[in-house]
Design a binder for this molecule. Structure first.
Ligand SMILES: [Zn+2]
Ligand SMILES: [Zn+2]
Length: 256
């Protein structure tokens, strides 16, 4: 059976409260070899680390999402710093800029993004970045931060030129279900040009369910639909591509 690594999902989201335990039991049989459970705020009920501890094949990324940047303070940073010592925590994320929703003021988003990058450097963890309608500022903050212990641009929707800036810095580019959407021809042309040793696949579940599940609550094993599409874009056999992306994910998150 072809198995996949979902490099970014929110199994900690409340939309999984009903069947989280059951899904976690079933996912290996459904083709999930690994998963990064990604946090977005500090609600203890939604803690990504708590959920990652429920399965030996799950790891956590912790951070404050740009939507919640206004809530970031010294106390939250200290709590993150302590939690990042846990061996199950493999990245700081998701962090970044979201100028589409603007749930936090843009200047605050920029400051909190930069602060969390500094924290990532301090605790020596790669970062998982969310970038929506904020390409220029995201790239300039990344550039200003200098040497970062690794980066993953999640749910990529940008141009090949922006991707190349990140690839040149050693980053990984992760594609979500949006790659499978009918109107995503432009994005598939970008995916085609990503070097095969730098590409990851993710669900971003419960969001962005891929075709043919579009509109439903997304779940980790549906990463295979995105994987199949990406393999097709790159002209690689699906089985081989699943092996490549598993290895890429382990490298991106610096698994030992
Ligand atoms: Zn995101
Ligand atoms: Zn996400």
């Amino acid at each position: 059976m072809t198995t996949w690594f979902d490099s970014h999902g929110h199994l900690n989201d409340e939309r999984f409260d009903e069947d989280r335990q059951q899904l976690i039991r079933e996912l290996p049989a459904l083709g999930i070899a690994g998963m990064i459970v990604v946090g977005y705020d500090d609600d203890p009920k939604r803690n990504a680390l708590t959920v990652a501890r429920m399965a030996p094949w799950a790891w956590a990324a912790l951070g404050v999402h740009p939507h919640d940047a206004s809530s970031y303070d010294d106390q939250k940073e200290d709590a993150l710093r302590i939690q990042c010592r846990d061996l199950k925590v493999v990245a700081l994320g998701e962090i970044g800029l979201d100028y589409h929703y603007d749930f936090s003021p843009r200047d605050v988003q920029r400051e909190v993004f930069a602060r969390q990058i500094r924290l990532a450097k301090e605790v020596e963890l790669p970062i998982v970045v969310h970038m929506r309608e904020a390409t220029e500022d995201t790239i300039s903050i990344i550039r200003e931060a200098g040497e970062i212990p690794g980066g993953i641009m999640h749910c990529y929707g940008g141009s090949i030129e922006t991707a190349r800036i990140l690839l040149d810095r050693g980053w990984y580019i992760s594609f979500s279900g949006s790659l499978t959407f009918k109107n995503a021809e432009r994005l598939r042309l970008v995916a085609e040009q990503i070097p095969k040793d730098r590409i990851l696949v993710e669900t971003d579940c419960p969001y962005l369910a891929p075709v043919p599940m579009r509109g439903k609550r997304n779940q980790p094993d549906w990463v295979r639909f995105t994987g199949e599409t990406a393999a097709y874009c790159l002209g690689i056999d699906e089985e081989e591509f699943s092996e490549i992306t598993k290895e890429n994910t382990k490298k991106a998150f610096r698994f030992r």
